[in-house]
Design a protein around this ligand. Structure first.
Ligand code: ADP
Ligand code: MG
Length: 313
């Protein structure tokens, strides 16, 4: 009798234990599945974020490239025309030299050579060409340097950073951003830049360049005619500060809190993606820095990026 009770209790306990074990196994399996899901979601999010950064860059590049094309077109135009003039002039000079060469080797009378020399110098416009060539060359070299600079600045903008931080000259990085935007700002704004005496720091050149480009582009979009954009770099107790100040329309109080939220924009489609500041914020955080804003409606806005100086080892 007693053994029956024990037997029953034992069976019940066994069943319960089995059920508990099953439950535990089910739960662990569920937990593992949701962990995998979470990992996948995290991976997806990371990929989406990368795409977002890229798409913001491409959108800015779209706006930039129209101006850049214009900016390159101008020097290329005069370099082409200078080369045409120089090529024509060179034809004249070689005709003159060949003809004088022939004359000198054949003529016996020096007076005749002299007369021919004077005549041909006039005929081939040699004096004018000699005067014109140096300035044509100078202008051409100048134009080529401008094109070279534009291409270098574009490369800075498109630069993909490698995994590790490199020594960065923040002034140089800022200068590339100012330059690349100059064809957009020049029509309605004056841009003053004060490059302070700042040390190099470890960072990502491409990412910082993208931050500065976005801040200047925003300032430029905020100002109307007689716009004034003041940019400065300072070194303040081991921090590098980059400020971009504009006299544009300013930011309303209720918008200030949302500035760094992805996709927050007050601009019409095609002008803004709303990603610039959120991406910039992320990039500056990666540098252990901060980005702050001060704005008064109708007066203007100042964005300041602060980067701690990291020792280059
Ligand atoms: N210098 C500025 N002056 C006024 N408003 C600004 C300025 N910079 C940013 N903003 C505001 O912040 C919003 C978000 O900026 P951003 O993230 O760069 O996206 P986007 O420029 O594509 O709109 C802008 O739409 C604008 O309303
Ligand atoms: Mg922007």
């Amino acid at each position: 009798m007693a053994s029956d009770i024990y037997q029953e209790a034992y069976q019940r306990e066994k069943l319960l234990r089995k059920a508990a074990e099953q439950l535990l196994e089910d739960k662990s399996r569920e937990l593992f599945a949701s962990f995998e899901e979470l990992q996948l979601a995290h991976q997806n999010m990371k990929e989406n974020q990368k795409l977002m950064v890229q798409s913001e860059k491409m959108a800015s590049l779209g706006v930039l490239s129209a101006g850049v094309a214009h900016e390159i077109n101008n020097p290329v135009g005069f370099i082409y025309s200078n080369f045409c003039s120089m090529s024509e002039g060179l034809g004249n000079i070689s005709k003159f030299i060949l003809s004088m060469n022939k004359m000198i080797s054949e003529a016996s009378n020096i007076a005749m050579v002299r007369a021919k020399w004077t005549e041909q110098i006039q005929q081939y416009d040699i004096e004018y060409l000699m005067m014109d060539f140096p300035s044509l060359c100078e202008e051409t070299i100048d134009g080529l340097e401008r094109v070279k600079q534009i291409v270098a600045d574009l490369k800075s903008f498109a630069r993909e950073d490698s995994g590790a931080m490199d020594p960065v000259n923040v002034n140089e990085c800022l200068r590339a951003a100012v330059n690349i935007l100059s064809n957009q700002t020049k029509y309605h704004a004056t841009v003053d830049v004060e490059y302070g005496d700042i040390p190099k720091t470890l960072g990502y050149f491409g990412k910082l360049n993208q931050v500065f480009t976005n801040l200047i582009a925003n300032a430029n979009q905020a100002v109307r005619e007689n716009g004034h954009i003041e940019i400065a770099t300072h070194f303040v107790s081991n921090w590098i500060e980059v400020s971009v100040k504009d006299n544009g329309h300013g930011i309303a109080q209720e918008n200030l809190e949302q500035l760094f939220t992805p996709f927050f924009t007050t601009k019409p489609v095609g002008e803004g993606t709303g990603l610039g500041l959120s991406i910039s914020h992320g990039f500056i955080k990666e540098h252990d820095g901060e980005i702050v804003v001060e704005s008064t409606l109708g007066v203007g806005t100042t964005f300041t990026v602060r980067l701690p100086v990291k020792e280059i080892v």
